[in-house]
Design a protein. Structure first.
Lengths: 309, 515
């Protein structure tokens, strides 16, 4: 029983980067901007989040810095695709590579090379009074760090926003058929901008989670493909906040499982185990991909005066 | 007494790249009138109204509303000024409900928790008042085209517009639906609305409009009150001086000898009990049997999206039917691919010129032989004989009046109408026993349409068969010897030329079968 409770606790703990990056991707995608730079943005978020926490001693400031850097990447993506009408995929890949470079460069510039890794204190668990006392459910759901709660609230908030408010209806319209939205006086440009920027901030925060919860320090390429998995997760979740939240449990479940097997020590080589999440992804995608609904205008740029011949 | 103008467009100019779409066009609208904006394809009607609605930025000119000069930067400004527009290609979100589509972009009662009950009530009242019957909770993509049109009009009415622009509103409607629309328009005008009615169909403007403005090639031609003008004046204004109207097929339907179908005249082409099912097990074509005799034009009529495309693609071998048999001159061709069929003498004008018929990066000569490039005289079986190709295509460019600098011009430089001419030239210059023409005149101006009709009748005289699939009922009534009506992949009825009646066809188009 303890093993199961502990496992589920870890699954919830490890779902956070997937949830935040997935929701960030989804939000931009809902207006048609398909971000593929998650891996790079998360690396910058991890790197900068760690550095600012390390220099200022405040984890909160670290999070803010990570979100700001993600927002900046989102802004760049929005500008190049919405104003300059450049190919979203190409710009996304360019931003990804810039992200990798920046994330390794920054710590070297600021801290330099040290013998022992510089450390920051990791996020503490927050026990919710009373609720955390409930057996089984308490430790799984109510003794987690703050970002676990935040990621769940963000998911629910986004769902409410997209499907229960007028602004959300407009945002979804922009991603489905921007010409229609435009013809009804909805500002497609500003919609694309702010969703991509906020989405980028969420992805940046997802990156910062890794040093702040798992390791306490930044190591090169520490995101380890989670950014790419977030794209798969977004498709898996049909570009909807709640399915993405639940889908991320699956991705983190596989991750924790692979890690567990590795710790127990088995004849299965370590390299095979870290392949597992990706294999699982492909398998899941085979069965769900065709059926999941994608915003119709995903990945395209809108030009009001462009005449279709 | 001179009436007060509600709206005036003054010397509007709009240029797209190299093409002047509007050259100093002016337009006035009186309060409470239905004003027809008439012209062939490419006349600039839609462009002019898109400028008014703020979708296109004008390069020059003024918009004067109720005596004041206004600046329309985008649709948002237009809506604020009380201008609404129903676009020809509906601007709707297909996975939203009707109500969501209608309220989208307006300030719903409570921004933070959308309360749609009150709005639903308002829209229902509008529906009742104007005779537009729609289920507000239906998802858009489940609705037939006629209903989606009503939603588009409701969107404008809900915003409380004073001026309603309708861009080719009758394109996809059955004759019955057109009549109902015209009744609704009268109700709106009696309520104080002013309507701009864009169309290329002369008969429609004559029956519903109070005043008519004619545009041609981006210029004002004339503006007249309905009562003061005869049909001839408008015809001449639409087509220009050079066209021979008397001998045209577009404006006059001459007598013709019926096609003989019997022992002496064996069918060229037969489809027997053809069915097509897609991979989701949805039936696209159901038990279709059609016969074409030499010298016959068989028309296929139906509201867009009822299986016309699938029918064309099944005949041409792009799609393989799940059931049934197709024969050409007695030889079975059911399993043949389009490559074989082109060689056997079938020619094809696909519906979607940009996806299925044209390579924008290839040159005009290459586009003109596309699909037939394996046939003589273009090819000797192994190599393409470019000398012949260029010679042939140069004469085709001339004959079909394709506006291009020559056979080596890049296809993407051509305008939509000229691309359509390339497709026409390609199909008509190959000798073919059977031609499948799917909306062959889409995007062409009236003289060019007439040219295509002449060519098609020439084929008829020469004893070739043509399968004319068209969403333009007038075109079918003009051209076809028989009309078969397709509805949800099924042929509901076949009418002979002497039984042609557009209301009877309209009933079949909406799935009502007379028994």
């Amino acid at each position: 029983m303890d093993i199961l409770v502990n496992f589920l606790r870890l699954v919830l703990l490890s779902m956070v980067p997937f949830v935040l990056a997935g929701q960030g991707t989804m939000l931009g995608g809902r207006t048609g901007v398909f971000n593929v730079a998650q891996e790079g943005i998360m690396l910058v978020g991890a790197s900068l989040g760690f550095l600012v926490s390390y220099m200022t001693g405040s984890i909160f400031l670290g999070m803010v810095a990570a979100m700001a850097s993600g927002a900046l990447f989102g802004l760049a993506l929005a500008y190049f695709t919405t104003n300059l009408k450049m190919d979203q995929f190409v710009i996304g890949l360019a931003l990804f590579f810039i992200g990798i470079g920046l994330s390794t460069l920054l710590p070297k510039l600021v801290i330099g090379i040290t013998l022992s890794p510089p450390l920051i204190p990791t996020l503490k668990d927050i026990s919710i009074p009373l609720l955390s006392q409930i057996p089984v459910i308490g430790p799984i759901f109510f003794q987690q760090n703050i970002l676990v709660y935040v990621s769940i609230l963000v998911s629910i908030g986004l769902w409410y926003f997209l499907f229960r408010t007028q602004k959300g209806l407009e945002i979804r319209a922009v991603g489905e058929h921007p010409m229609t939205a435009d013809s009804l006086g909805i500002n497609t440009t500003s919609s694309r901008y702010w969703t991509t920027i906020v989405g980028g901030a969420l992805i940046g925060l997802a990156g910062a989670y890794l040093p702040m919860v798992y390791t306490g320090t930044f190591t090169e390429l520490m995101v380890m493909g989670r950014g790419w998995l977030a794209i798969a997760l977004t498709f898996f979740g049909g570009w909807s906040p709640l399915p993405i939240l639940f889908g991320s449990l699956f991705f983190s479940g596989v991750e924790v499982l692979a890690f567990r097997v590795q710790v127990i020590g088995s004849i299965v080589p370590y390299q095979f185990l870290i392949m597992l999440p990706y294999i699982a992804t492909i398998l899941v995608m085979i069965f769900t991909f065709g059926k999941s609904r994608v915003p119709s205008f995903l990945g395209k740029n809108y030009d009001r005066e462009k005449r279709s011949v | 007494m001179e009436k007060e103008n509600l709206l005036e467009l003054k010397n509007v100019r709009k240029v797209f790249g190299q093409t002047v779409a509007l050259d100093s066009v002016s337009f006035t609208l009186y309060p409470g009138e239905i004003h027809g904006l008439l012209g062939g394809n490419g006349a600039g009607k839609t462009t002019l109204m898109n400028v008014l609605y703020g979708l296109y930025r004008k390069d020059d000119g003024d918009i004067i509303l109720k005596g004041e000069k206004v600046n329309v930067q985008g649709p948002r400004d237009a809506i604020k000024l009380g201008i609404g527009m129903v676009h020809q290609h509906f601007l709707q979100i297909s996975n939203f409900t009707v109500l969501e589509n209608i309220v989208l972009g307006t300030d719903v009662n409570n921004r933070y928790t959308m309360k749609l009950e009150d709005e639903a009530k308002k829209v229902e009242d509008l529906c009742k008042h104007f005779g537009l019957d729609v289920d507000l909770n239906a998802t858009m993509d489940t609705l037939p085209v006629g209903t989606r049109q009503k939603v588009e009009i409701l969107k404008a009415l809900y915003r409380g517009v004073d001026i309603l622009i309708l861009d080719e509103p009758t394109t996809n409607l059955t004759p019955q639906e057109v009549d109902a629309l015209f009744v609704s328009l009268r109700v709106m005008v009696n309520d104080g609305l002013s309507i701009v009615f864009i169309t290329h169909k002369l008969r429609e403007v004559l029956s519903v409009c109070d005043r008519i403005t004619v545009l041609r090639e981006g210029r004002n031609i004339t503006s007249l009150v309905r009562e003061n003008a005869s049909e001839e004046i408008f015809v001449r204004a639409m087509v220009g001086e050079s066209m021979d109207i008397k001998n045209s097929i577009y404006f006059s339907q001459g007598e013709r000898k019926p096609v003989e179908r019997g022992e002496t005249n064996q069918p060229i082409f037969q489809m027997e009990d053809i069915s097509l099912v897609n991979k989701d097990q949805v039936t696209l074509l159901k038990n279709i049997s059609l016969t074409l005799h030499p010298g016959e034009i068989l028309g296929i009529s139906g509201v867009a999206g009822n299986g016309q495309r699938e029918l064309a693609e099944t005949v041409i071998g792009v799609k393989q039917p799940n059931q049934g048999k197709i024969t050409l001159r007695g030889e079975e061709i059911t399993e043949k691919t389009n490559e074989d069929l082109f060689k056997m003498g079938i020619s094809y004008i696909p519906e979607d010129r940009l996806h299925d018929g044209f390579l924008p990066k290839a040159n005009v000569a290459q586009n003109l032989i596309l699909g037939y490039h394996r046939n003589k005289p273009y090819s000797d079986g192994t190599f393409i004989n470019w000398k012949t190709v260029f010679k042939e295509t140069r004469s085709q460019i001339k004959e079909y009046n394709i506006k291009t600098s020559g056979p080596d011009d890049i296809g993407g430089n051509l305008s939509g109408g000229n691309i359509q001419r390339v497709m026409i030239a390609r199909a008509f210059s190959m000798p073919s026993d059977l031609m499948i023409a799917h909306n062959p005149t889409r995007g062409l101006d009236i003289p060019s349409m007439d040219f295509v009709y002449q060519k098609m009748l020439k084929r008829r005289e020469d004893g070739f068969a043509t399968l004319l699939i068209s969403e333009d009922l007038d075109e079918l009534l003009r051209m076809a010897d028989r009309i078969a009506v397709i509805y949800r992949g099924e042929i509901l009825g076949v009418l002979e030329r002497d039984q042609f009646d557009k209301y009877a066809i309209g009933r079949l188009m909406s799935g009502i079968k007379d028994s």
